[in-house]
Design a protein around this ligand. Structure first.
Ligand code: M6P
Ligand code: ZN
Length: 186
């Protein structure tokens, strides 16, 4: 029941041997949401996001590029919006581009000193993620948020730091608006 963006990114572009599809459910994301009591009340089978990726070269290849579309469902755990795990790149200095296809979101960016900032995602918005910067996206709207991503094939994903400590700020809904507040977990 995912609405596919009716743009140039058609299903048939994302077919073939080098396509990877993954679904992350609430039960896979226990460590990222702050409100553990609200989390415990929810169904672990709830889908939070799907990612379809195209890997035209082997992982780790220098000079290649990967492409993916992420679809984040609308929802919240307590006041915190549904969001991706978030990661640094394994090769820390590798950057990435995101382009929003549909929906409304926020891109959280945290440098290695723990400074977090956020960029608003609206259809057509293009976001440059510099190297050495952790990135996470949250759906702050009432429909699917989808965005395409382009990153170097040798970048890799480092989830460790974020799954331990999270971002220095979390994105919650206050009076109907998304706001960044300090993460008390840190
Ligand atoms: C984007 C890219 C992918 C990433 C995905 C989901 O499509 O950055 O590399 O896997 O978002 O984010 P995460 O891996 O943090 O769950
Ligand atoms: Zn990345």
């Amino acid at each position: 029941n995912i609405t596919k963006p009716n743009l140039i990114f058609k299903d048939d572009l994302l077919t073939g041997e080098n396509i990877d599809r993954l679904t992350r459910k609430l039960k896979d994301l226990g460590d990222i949401f702050n409100d553990k009591a609200a989390f415990a009340q929810m169904d672990g089978e709830t889908v939070v996001y799907d990612v379809e990726s195209s890997f035209p070269v082997a992982h780790g290849t220098e000079g290649g590029l990967f492409y993916g579309i992420t679809y984040i469902h609308p929802g919240k755990v307590g006041q915190e919006y549904f969001m991706t795990k978030g990661h640094f790149h394994e090769i820390r200095n590798r950057g990435e581009y995101y382009c929003t296809l549909e929906g409304e979101g926020m891109l959280l960016l945290m440098d290695e000193n723990g400074n977090t900032r956020a960029e608003k995602m609206i259809p057509g918005s293009i976001h440059y993620i510099p190297g050495n910067t952790a990135h996470r996206t949250a759906n702050v709207g009432e429909q699917i948020l989808s965005f395409s991503a382009f990153w170097p094939s040798d970048a890799g994903h480092d989830y460790g730091t974020i799954s331990e400590k999270g971002f220095s700020e979390i994105l919650i809904e206050q009076e109907g608006q998304p706001v960044l507040v300090p993460n008390i977990k840190q």
